[in-house]
Design a binder for this molecule. Structure first.
Ligand code: ZN
Length: 160
């Protein structure tokens, strides 16, 4: 059995008139993330980490933002598709660690729901999915509430 790691990073602008989807759940807020899909920054970072661990390219290759098929799509569907891709390639997820960077809203109370939403798609225990959050101490685009970013690392095993 061999081990592999993958990393993912994603960014989205925050604008009024959009729903804020993070970690597979909708969070009440006066701004939401702008994107072709539901713009779930955390799920996109996790998707890229999964694809990276299996050396299967990135989310933009598999789900182009020029395709109507993926317009406003629930990113849990993209997560499911990535899970299928790495499963088919013989990989099994050990754990995920992730960090969200955003100023508002405070998401601590939503983390258990996010863990559950992700666990349901990836068929994992919630303890295998770590989600942390940080502000950027009022600096940069996150500090100005112009955007949100997420980072994810994944460990997988290969049966190959
Ligand atoms: Zn994204």
């Amino acid at each position: 059995m061999s081990f592999r790691i993958g990393s993912g990073i994603d960014f989205h602008q925050l604008i009024t008139g959009r729903n804020l989807w993070i970690g597979g759940i909708s969070i009440p807020h006066y701004k939401g993330a702008l994107g072709h899909s539901d713009a779930d920054v955390l799920l996109h970072a996790i998707c890229d980490a999964m694809l990276g661990a299996a050396c299967l390219g990135d989310i933009g290759i598999h789900f182009p933002d020029t395709s109507d098929e993926f317009k406003n799509i629930d990113s849990k569907i993209l997560l499911q598709k990535c899970f299928q891709l790495i499963t088919n390639a013989g990989y099994k997820i050990i754990n995920i660690d992730s960090t969200l960077c955003l100023k508002e809203p405070k998401i601590k109370s939503y983390i258990p729901q996010m863990q559950q939403a992700i666990a349901d798609v990836l068929l994992l225990q919630t303890t295998a999915i770590s989600i942390k959050a940080t502000t950027t101490e009022k600096m940069g685009f996150v500090g100005r509430e112009e955007g949100v970013s997420a980072y994810a690392v994944i460990l997988v095993t290969s049966s190959n």
